[in-house]
Design a protein around this ligand. Sequence first.
Ligand code: FAD
Ligand code: NAP
Length: 313
Amino acid sequence: MALYTTDLLILGSGPAGYTAGIYAVRAGIDTMIVSGNQEGGQLTMTSSIENFPGFEEISGYELMDKMKQQAVKLGVKCVNDHIVEVDFSNRPFVCSSQNGHSYKAKAVIVATGSSARWLGLPSEEKFLGYGVSCCATCDGFFYRGRTVVIVGGGNSAVCEALYLATLANKVILVHRRHQLRADKILQDRLFNNQKIVVEWDSVVEEVLGEEELSKKVTGIKIRNVETDEIKTLDADGVFIAVGHQPNTDIFKGNLVLDAKGYVVTNGDGATTDVEGVFAAGDVKNPKYKQAVISAGSGAMAAMDAIEFLETNR
Ligand code: FAD
Ligand code: NAP
């Protein structure tokens, strides 16, 4: 059990965390990043990124490794650990980890990201990255002219279905009820799109695929919850859009969170209700969940933290 002290502690090693580290250390701030259990963040789940400026195509793992190397080269200390408890009631702030270590810091940037909600099926996990995705913006391109399924009935599912319809030949939206949660204007667009069909009152029982020659999705098995009828649908990709959840459980009672659990920041900046604690990336952003936006948000949080540390030396 060790006690680490640093001027700035960054929780999370996604694009927000590493970018914040790069900005802070270049301002001469003693900076430490605690990686969390998913070193590199959500992007490590995707094999190909084509929308991060500067890289025509790069794997998520490689992009995040490059960010880490850049941060380390500049002097950021990166620790593989996961925070399980925080105490923001007094400065220096104290964060305790699953390995039994304590981290004391004059300022903290929360960059713990968000996690897509999944259906929880073993077959879904098996084909994640091989036809199962939670990001149409990222992976839709690979389904040009193909058939894709999207699961969910909220704004995300409908937006993603409309986006996928610009690429795919056929989009099947599977929703567990007979009414969409999405905004009416989006629903109208969905119902007017000839490429999109809806399977109402249906839940996914299994993602079907093959593993012999090349691992890939071949379809889904759905069950109508009204009739119990089972149907098998052919599909090349399955997009899950059943909501996201911010990784903020440990901040309950320490920071003001909104009704959905996102960290609330003040105005356009990264400051939270606790002076000296800042937030960046998906953890504070329920709408624009993209790597480049998280990176920019990390830079903003670092700039706010630098200003705070300079006036509170
Ligand atoms: P995250 O990437 O979620 O990182 C959060 C970090 O916090 C992780 O390192 C985690 O280990 C850490 N953490 C969590 N809890 C704790 C804790 N208690 N203690 C310490 N650390 C903790 N966006 C694009 O722009 N282009 C794409 O092509 C693209 N593809 C995607 C593909 C998939 C499959 C997914 C799921 C998302 C994709 N996205 C893409 C979205 C993008 O990944 C996110 O917007 C971005 O990663 C958010 O960055 P972040 O740093 O805010 O959080
Ligand atoms: P959401 O609004 O919470 O919708 C999630 C959808 O997934 C719901 O239709 C829900 O069904 C369904 N669902 C949840 N768990 C499921 C499960 N286990 N199995 C099957 N279906 C399940 O989430 P979201 O669509 O990701 O949107 C998140 C927030 O971002 C919302 O506030 C949304 O308005 C906003 N957003 C806005 C826009 C926009 O304005 N253009 C675009 C995207 C997102 P039920 O309906 O039955 O509960």
